[in-house]
Design a protein around this ligand. Structure first.
Ligand SMILES: Cc1cc2nc3c(=O)[nH]c(=O)nc-3n(C[C@H](O)[C@H](O)[C@H](O)COP(=O)(O)OP(=O)(O)OC[C@H]3O[C@@H](n4cnc5c(N)ncnc54)[C@H](O)[C@@H]3O)c2cc1C
Length: 370
């Protein structure tokens, strides 16, 4: 069968490969001038540092199938994501752990002492948290909430945390030990040659034709038996039910001699600092040596029509619109909606790959029935 796949990110590439392995002919297009979607990496011309063009990407998973799959297409070096944050001119360790609590309150608590302390400062009057702010106050109290969540969340989502659902913060966001590993998955790493090389290898198959600088137009449909759409869900339906809301990011790049901040990611908790974080990319490849450095200030704002959609907002209005599009999508028998844009959901790379592998099986069954 002939399949058109719109979007050459992880989703499109994995699906193309699975279908191609089963004898189908895949034509994969992308409107950008490169493959790999938002995971695109390339060496900076001036410094030779591996640059994560659409923001830093660290691979982490506990899924054996996904880890085995990705390792077929590139070599991963171990990497532990350790994030720091600056608040009121002081630097703290994240996620909030025993070190953070001891730094913040100038104490030397043991785990059990810290637990008791947090229980005392948490807002016990809140029984049923109605929003994100109340949930955070109930868990960690006002001081830690303001230092580590309030300003950052406001900048990231462009709204008061009182407007965000409590469900965002499901568990107590505190560790009562000195573990500052941002992720708790079994496997964590960065590909030695970047993500673009991995996706290039996934797409290296005689049944796959890749075409970049190519936007989808509806007339293409007639030449194919099936379409896999990893673009925006609302775009497929010409925005007939309205626009699904996204946040976009602006990255301002700086190049300097030596080091800038001594670590890969530094968050900024104060609301008056306009950016959310600074990432210094040579720290994502600690096995390489670079005399110069590149770093990026990251600013979050509402996504306009010509901006790159990064994070789905998924507030109440968006969910109402989403429901309408999902009903329409259900009726499109020859189209599979996939990936972060096609399903309007935030997905890490491991989840993206897992979903793409599962979807491929469904598509293969559909193609068998045609
Ligand atoms: C700032 C940021 C940091 C992240 N960090 C991490 C991390 O550390 N670890 C992690 O696991 N995940 C991370 N992610 C998530 C990761 O980026 C996604 O899991 C991944 O990009 C999803 O792949 P995708 O193929 O679904 O979407 P995309 O990568 O967005 O690919 C979709 C592609 O479709 C193309 N397209 C869309 N519409 C059309 C059209 N009409 N015609 C032609 N082409 C079209 C686009 O150009 C794009 O290339 C991060 C995401 C963001 C936003």
């Amino acid at each position: 069968m002939k399949v058109l796949i719109v979007g050459a990110g992880f989703t499109g590439a994995v699906i193309a490969r699975e279908l191609a392995n089963n004898g189908h002919v895949c034509h994969i297009i992308d409107q950008r001038d490169h493959i790999a979607g938002n995971c695109y990496t390339q060496r900076d011309k001036d410094t030779n540092i591996m640059e994560h063009i659409y923001g830093p990407h660290i691979f982490h998973t506990s899924d054996e199938e996904v880890w085995e799959y990705i390792n077929n297409f590139g070599e991963f070096y171990p990497y532990i994501n350790r994030v720091k944050t600056t608040y009121n001119g002081e630097v703290y360790s994240l996620p909030i752990n025993l070190h953070t609590i001891n730094q913040f309150y100038k104490k030397s608590f043991s785990p059990s002492q810290a637990k008791k302390w947090i229980e005392q400062i948490a807002d016990n009057k809140i029984e049923e948290p109605k929003n994100f702010e109340e949930q955070a106050l109930k868990f960690i109290g006002k001081d830690l909430y303001e230092a580590f969540f309030k300003g950052y969340t406001k900048k990231q989502w462009g709204c008061d945390p009182k407007k965000l659902p409590a469900s965002i913060l499901k568990r107590l966001p505190v560790r009562f030990n000195y573990d500052d590993n941002y992720f708790s998955h079994k496997y964590q790493g960065i590909p030695k040659d970047g993500y673009t090389s991995i996706i290039e290898k996934i797409l290296e198959h005689e049944n796959i034709k890749v075409q970049i600088n190519t936007s989808f137009y509806k007339d293409m449909i007639k030449d194919y038996d099936h379409i896999v759409w990893t673009g925006k869900l609302d775009e497929w339906f010409d925005y007939s039910e309205g626009h699904l809301g996204y946040r976009t990011l602006d990255f301002i790049k700086y190049t300097e001699e030596g080091d800038y901040q001594g670590t890969a990611v530094m968050n900024y908790g104060n609301e008056k600092v306009p950016y959310t974080r600074i990432s210094e990319h040579k720290y994502f490849t600690p096995w390489e040596k670079h005399e110069k450095t590149i770093y990026f200030k990251e600013y979050s704002r509402e996504c306009g029509v010509d901006d790159i959609p990064y994070y789905p907002i998924r507030l109440v209005d968006d969910k109402t619109i989403l429901e309408k599009y999902l009903q329409k999508a259900e009726r499109e028998k020859n189209v599979t909606f996939a990936g972060r844009l096609g399903t309007y959901s935030y997905m890490d790379m491991d989840v993206t790959i897992k979903e793409a592998l599962t979807l491929s099986k469904n598509i293969l069954k559909k193609l068998d029935r045609i």
